[in-house]
Every structure is written in C-alpha cells, then in structure tokens.
Design a protein around this ligand. Structure first.
Ligand code: GAR
Length: 198
C-alpha cells in the first residue's frame, strides 16, 4: 500500500513528533516519516527520531532569530526533496518559513499551534489566552503561509480553561489535545492525498 512520505520539522521537545511516530508505528497512519529536521542542534526531537529509527538532521539556521537564512532555507528544501518528502509537518518549529519552502511545498506544509487561531498567534499562546482571561482556548492545525501562525484552518480542538489552572497545567492539557488532533488530521490528509496522488 502506498504511504504518504512526510518530513517533520521541530525546534524543541518533540512530543507531537512522538505522537505522530507512535501512530505510524501502530499502523493507524498511512504515512512514512522520511526525516526529522531541527534548527536546534541538541533538540530532544532529534533524539526521538533516533529512538524510532528515523533519519534525522540538524539544519544550521544562520544568523537570524525568527527565520532561516535564505541559504539555509534552500538547503532545507534540498534535504526534504532528497528524502522524498511529499508533505511537511511542523511540530513546534519556531521559525517563520518563506518563499523557498512555500513554493517548493505549496499547500503541503501544515502547522500546529496551541490556541484557537486567529486568536493568540506567536509565542506561549496558552499563556496569552490565560492572561487574557479566556474561558476556552485550544489548538489549531492549519496550512502555512508567510505570516506567523497563519493560513487556512484545517481543524481545531477546544480546551476549557479551569479556575484552578496555571499556565503550565493549561499547556499540559492543550498538548494532550494536540497529540490526538495532529495525528488524526495527518491521517485524513494522507487518505485524501493518496486518492488524488500527489
Ligand atoms: C506545541 O505546543 C506546538 O503547538 C507549539 O510548540 C509546541 C511544541 O511542542 N507550536 C507553536 O507554538 C507554533 N507557533 P512539542 O515539541 O512537544 O511538540
């Protein structure tokens, strides 16, 4: 059976990457994770890739803080192409992508964000929702465009903010929702795109 070839990009602890790899391993997800790439040399997400026997690489990001240097972004496109990646999954990748990636993988890059977008894009979105006194927040999976945490929404999951919550306890519950939502969305994405043959 044909499997969609995905590449995962992340900068941090990799819990969403782990959730995806577990679903692939259990046979719930018709995908093959071809490579995991991080812009942070010692990011735990790379250890998770190793644990699951998945090819992984560090991409030196260059001198900027919030984006990749153009040369690095071209290199990223090359690495993903060489790995045969059809769909790019951002799992805690904390840099904005630009034309080289968006052009090479047009409508084939998806991201997860810990808020109900368009509310609270940017860093520590759960804390933003908490401080704003929201009663409900959640997580969003969306197609990527050139703006931060922006692009057509694919799916959302609500998470209630409880009176006893701290930003940390809220983030933990949002992550549980993320670990359910992201693999489910990717599974649907795989089915749809395998039919239309990317
Ligand atoms: C996740 O909560 C994800 O939604 C968020 O980073 C975390 C990564 O966790 N992404 C963003 O905030 C994107 N703007 P993980 O490394 O454990 O998957």
């Amino acid at each position: 059976m044909k499997q969609l070839r995905i590449g995962i990009l992340g900068s941090g602890k990799g819990s969403n990457c782990r959730a995806i790899l577990e679903r692939v391993r259990s046979g719930d997800l018709a995908a093959e994770v071809r490579v995991v790439i991080s812009d942070v040399v010692d990011a735990p997400i790379l250890d998770i890739a190793r644990e699951f026997g998945v090819a992984n690489a560090y991409l030196p990001p260059g001198q900027f803080r919030t984006r990749l240097e153009p040369r690095a972004e071209e290199e990223l496109v090359k690495m993903l192409r060489e790995a045969g990646v059809e769909v790019v999954v951002l799992a805690g990748f904390m840099r904005v992508l630009h034309e080289p990636m968006l052009k090479a993988f047009s409508r084939r890059i998806i991201n997860i964000h810990p808020s109900l977008l368009p509310k609270f894009p940017g860093l520590e979105a759960w804390k933003q929702a908490f401080v704003a006194g929201e009663k409900v927040t959640g997580c969003t999976v969306h197609y990527l465009d050139e703006q931060i945490d922006h692009g057509q929404i694919i799916a959302q999951r609500e998470v209630a903010i409880l009176p006893a919550d701290t930003p940390e306890s809220l983030h933990e519950r949002i992550q549980i929702a993320e670990h359910e939502l992201y693999p489910a969305v990717i599974a649907e994405f795989c089915e749809k795109h395998l039919e239309t043959d990317l």
